[in-house]
Design a protein around this ligand. Structure first.
Ligand code: CP3
Length: 354
């Protein structure tokens, strides 16, 4: 039963009594409980076991007192049934057996019925929908980011092969984008039908593109995905890193909310996105390794800038970083508690002024 709607209210730029908070990668290896589960289950095993997946999704919600849950999964999960063999290698990321580099490779990718091929994902969402008191965010990878793994065969620094395909064979690129877009639309629609109350496209690596390339090769496909999802009436979130210069174009995607990283001041993101889009961000995740005395003024500044206009969600600028020794859960809990307390104080004061 949904009790706390602050996250959804902020997505729609409605008034809130305090800023909603959640953290990208709030479930993961920094948690001792997650590391324990990972001794018995691989990441993909967790996804395939709804009971375990539900537990992993709910754990940070309880521990960190955040205002939204994010489905535990990976951006690669919906790529498997397209006919792509992949593995998620520890400390590396997704690795693909046979990269997609030609029209015949693209032709071999087959669209599928998500509920038939990935039933466990939707079973997990239904269970979460029943038990969570905060909204559940569904997600998948953005088309450029998925294409970068499919074309490169794994993580990449410069995305040379991906961009080479984009520039030298724009028709092949377009048909790859079209297939990924169709897959994304059916997969996210099924997530919404099962109970996801918002959906996020993680287009993490799109910031590697020049604005004109984003505009030509990626923007139209995001517009098509969001236009198809818009009638479902849930917030549509677009996120990437190093996207500062792309924000005026990202404003045209049809996103309800845009995630920004710590390289972009909130005021300039707002100026570039316009007043109809909510913002999510943007503490540097590396700051979680700093002392609280260093984190506090930055968190306060984000709250101050965030509250200057309707529609702000406190988050990190990218996912929680795993390192040795890992951050402690307590630091994230302290951050949530601070943002809740400080933002509610600021909001109460500004209301009292009128
Ligand atoms: O609470 C959550 O947010 C967790 C759910 C989640 C995972 N992956 C689980 C995961 C989410 C939202 C993702 C998205 C994802 N996956 C993105 C977009 C977000 C981003 O960080 O930019 C990307 C690019 C991927 C691809 C991917 N999967 C990478 C780069 C890695 C890290 C490799 C490593 O070991 O450092 C993964 C693996 C992965 N996905 C882990 C988790 C918790 C860590 C490895 C593990 O538990 O085995």
């Amino acid at each position: 039963m949904l009790e706390n709607t602050r996250f959804l209210d902020a997505c729609w730029r409605r008034p809130v009594d305090r800023l909603p908070v959640w953290y990208m990668r709030q479930a993961g290896r920094y948690q001792p409980e997650y590391r324990k589960i990972r001794e018995r289950y691989s990441l993909l095993d967790i996804v395939r076991h709804p009971e375990v997946c539900k537990e992993v999704t709910m754990l940070p919600v309880e521990q960190l007192n955040v205002d939204a849950a994010i489905l535990f999964s990976d951006i690669m999960v919906p790529v498997g049934p397209l006919g792509v063999q992949f593995d998620i290698k520890e400390a590396v990321g997704p690795v693909i057996e046979s990269p997609i580099r030609s029209q015949s490779d693209v032709d071999r990718l087959h669209l599928y019925d998500p509920v038939a091929e990935l039933p466990y994902v939707f079973d997990t969402i239904q269970m979460l929908h029943r038990d969570l008191k905060v909204p559940l965010i569904g997600f998948t990878g953005g088309p450029f980011t998925l294409a970068s793994y499919l074309v490169e065969g794994g993580p990449s620094r410069n995305y040379v092969r991906t961009k080479q395909l984009m520039w030298s064979e724009p028709d092949v690129w377009q048909s790859l984008m079209d297939k990924l877009a169709d897959m994304t639309i059916s997969y996210l629609t099924a997530q919404i039908d099962a109970g996801a109350r918002a959906v996020q496209l993680f287009d993490s690596w799109v910031g590697s593109l020049a604005p004109e390339d984003f505009e030509t090769f990626v923007l139209p496909v995001i517009q098509r995905v969001f236009a198809a999802l818009e009638p479902h009436g849930v917030p549509l979130i677009y996120s990437g890193v190093v996207t500062g210069e792309l924000l005026p174009l990202i404003a045209k995607t049809g996103a309800t909310v845009v995630s920004i990283d710590w390289r972009v001041p909130i005021e300039s993101a707002r100026a570039r996105l316009g007043s109809n889009i909510a913002i999510q961000g943007n503490l540097d995740p590396a700051m979680l390794f700093a002392p609280w005395s260093a984190i506090l003024p930055r968190a306060r500044a984000i709250v101050d800038a965030g509250l200057a206009a309707p529609g702000f969600i406190f988050n990190l600028g990218h996912g929680v970083v795993h390192n040795n020794p890992p951050i402690e859960t307590a630091i994230l809990r302290q951050l949530t508690d601070f943002v809740h307390a400080y933002s509610s104080e600021c909001i109460a004061q500004s209301v009292a002024k009128f």
